[in-house]
Design a protein around this ligand. Structure first.
Ligand code: SF4
Ligand code: SF4
Length: 160
């Protein structure tokens, strides 16, 4: 007798879960505007990631090609897996005093775990997370990036 009851219980459970699923499908069928699933890669041109998305480390530059990196090396020291190398030079400023400037801020995307320590600990707020996420390459050397742009310089308001 118990097995017969269980049999009908299972049928009822199957029908009710099917009904729940069909209700969701029906809702999105009549209200397609509520669908949250992204049609990637068809929507590549308009795809906007969430602000907190961690795509890769970038060094923002302004319209004058100026950044906020003083070359202090703190991000390099704090990166747990050696994904950052800061190469610096000494150049004379307007007063003839030698000051440190970055030559290359090297970022190895292939080793980065996106922990965010470099962004959080930079005293000049020079680093950020970018939104790019399509990182597949045929040549792994392309995953090593120079974050400071060609000809860029330090913003005047940032103390080196
Ligand atoms: S990015 Fe920030 S922490 Fe790293 S070298 Fe530049 S100023 Fe220093
Ligand atoms: S996010 Fe973490 S692993 Fe990646 S470069 Fe910064 S400190 Fe290193």
């Amino acid at each position: 007798m118990n097995s017969v009851i269980q049999y009908f219980k299972d049928i009822f459970h199957g029908v009710s879960t099917l009904w729940s699923g069909m209700r969701v499908t029906g809702k999105y069928f009549v209200s397609p505007g509520e669908i949250v699933t992204q049609k990637y890669p068809e929507n590549r041109a308009t795809l906007k990631m969430a602000d907190r998305f961690k795509g890769e480390i970038v060094m923002p530059h302004d319209d004058n090609n100026q950044h906020r990196c003083t070359g202090c090396g703190i991000c390099e020291m704090n990166c747990p897996n050696g994904s950052i190398e800061v190469l610096t030079n000494r150049v004379a400023n307007e007063d003839g005093k030698l000051v440190r400037v970055i030559d290359k801020h090297v970022y190895h995307l292939s080793m980065c775990t996106f922990c965010g320590l470099c962004v959080k600990t930079c005293p000049s707020d020079a680093l950020a997370f970018g939104q790019k996420f399509e990182h597949a390459v045929f040549d792994r050397h392309k995953l090593t990036k120079i974050l400071n742009r060609e000809g860029s310089s330090l913003k005047k308001e940032v103390k080196s």
